[in-house]
Design a binder for this molecule. Structure first.
Ligand code: PLP
Length: 417
């Protein structure tokens, strides 16, 4: 009805992240019979739920806290005391040279990425066009439509290491990774959504050196990772220095509904980010920051992350074994699940595309995510159409039911008895 601007057309069209969240909404809020193994909603972990419910109760019983929770606009950079606590924790634990001036809050890390990417890339003041580059695709589908201009992202095709008969792992292909003047920043998620890959310390150090050499930032998305919520099953070090933009989130700690993202970067970038965030959001929500205030003072954060990590680690072992059993006879490989909350399944020589497989599974009542859209900015490659992402955040009963449906569908497709 209304004529849309270029922005309007670009941002209101169908996209991977929009249909992913529509599926999520249908499955989790409207049609609970669907087996939801799609979007990244975190699991219900009883200890974590109890912990935040107790805190909420405590907050609502105190007049001052209750008032702060609901009735004041927070200062643009976010609550000062919490930023101080967090900075002191990070410098104590990891010897990062960081103060409250290096930290700012956002309404979810999704919105933080929109701001960060468009601050750095797109049309430059001199008319040049710059891109955000993913050193390793597949990467998080939620980035794919976040650029204000077209052709906003590029990626490097990964190296694939085949492990045993049925596993594999992506590595950054540093020989292919060429940083030129068109690249505004390097960006990685660690652990990676969708694959559960965790870039090694060596890979991160090399990316850090490359970014510094070209005078561009290295953006690290720690939504699942380090230092918190730390859903990692391999030992790696958190990384930050003043050339890094580290983006964290409270969502996978169990608080996706409070919409709290955290950006840690050099002071100048934090100021720039905060100004944009003020124009777009005025202020960030107080709910997440109020719920976590104090947890960095007594290292309570460590207990929480250990609980979260233990929960997913136990589950991933069960799910991996269940898939291995169910998929016998099918030419599959699973990406080594080193972190996050997903299984990334590579179905070699899949007779249909992963998008078509997704549709088939959806019609049978199980939601997964097709792999194509995660290969952002990458040319044609058969592998793109052979992967699906499966979340294991649901209950073991639902997961088992979902795996059974996936097994039946794949056996029929591959004509395996
Ligand atoms: N980054 C990654 C890798 C994600 O998987 C998600 C959400 O699932 C986000 C960022 C955005 O999370 P939020 O906006 O809830 O902080």
């Amino acid at each position: 009805m209304f004529k849309l601007s270029k922005f309007g057309e670009k941002f209101s069209q169908e996209s991977g992240i929009v249909s992913l969240m529509e599926d999520l909404g249908t499955a989790l809020n409207e049609n609970p019979d669907l087996i939801f193994m799609g979007g990244g909603n975190p699991a219900r972990i009883p200890e974590i739920e109890d912990y935040f419910h107790q805190r909420l109760k405590h907050i609502t019983e105190s007049n001052d806290d209750r008032f702060n929770l609901l009735s004041v606009y927070q200062s643009p950079q976010g609550e000062l005391q919490l930023r101080k606590e967090m900075a002191s924790y990070l410098s104590r634990r990891f010897q990062w040279e960081i103060t409250e001036k290096n930290i700012t809050f956002a309404n979810g890390s999704q919105s933080a990425f929109f701001t960060i990417y468009n601050l750095l890339a797109g049309e430059m003041p001199n008319g040049e066009k710059k891109k955000i580059h993913f050193p390793l695709a597949p990467e998080y589908v939620g980035y794919a439509n976040a650029g204000l201009s077209d052709l906003f992202f590029s990626s490097t095709k990964p190296d694939i290491e085949l492990i045993g008969d049925d596993m594999f792992k992506y590595h950054v292909n540093f020989e292919q990774l060429k940083v030129n003047d068109n690249i505004a920043a390097l960006s990685v998620s660690r652990p990676t959504n969708p694959t559960g890959n965790v870039l090694t310390d060596e890979e991160i150090n090399q990316l850090d050196a490359l970014a510094k050499q070209h005078n561009i930032p290295l953006i690290i998305d720690g939504a699942y990772g380090l230092p918190f919520p730390n859903i990692t099953f391999v030992e790696v070090k958190p990384h930050w220095n003043d050339n890094t933009i580290l983006v964290l989130s409270l969502s996978k700690l169990g608080l996706p509904a409070v919409r709290t993202g955290i950006v840690i970067a050099n002071e100048e970038f934090i100021e720039q980010f905060t100004r944009v965030n003020t124009i777009c959001n005025l202020a960030t929500s107080s709910t997440g920051p109020t719920l976590i205030s104090g947890i960095f003072n007594n290292d309570e954060i460590t207990t929480l992350t250990q609980t979260v990590r233990h929960y997913y680690q136990t589950k991933v072992e069960f799910v991996t074994q269940a898939f291995k059993k169910a998929l016998t006879g099918i030419p599959y490989r699973i990406h080594v699940p080193e972190g996050a909350i997903f299984i990334w399944l590579w179905l070699q020589d899949l007779p249909i595309t992963s998008n078509e497989l997704y549709q088939k599974l959806k019609s049978k009542g199980v939601l997964v995510i097709p792999g194509e859209e995660f290969f952002i900015g990458l040319d044609e490659w058969q592998h793109k159409k052979e992967c699906i992402r499966i979340s294991y955040a649901q209950s073991p009963e639902k997961i088992t039911a979902g795996i059974n449906i996936i097994q039946q569908e794949l056996k029929a497709l591959y004509q395996v008895e």
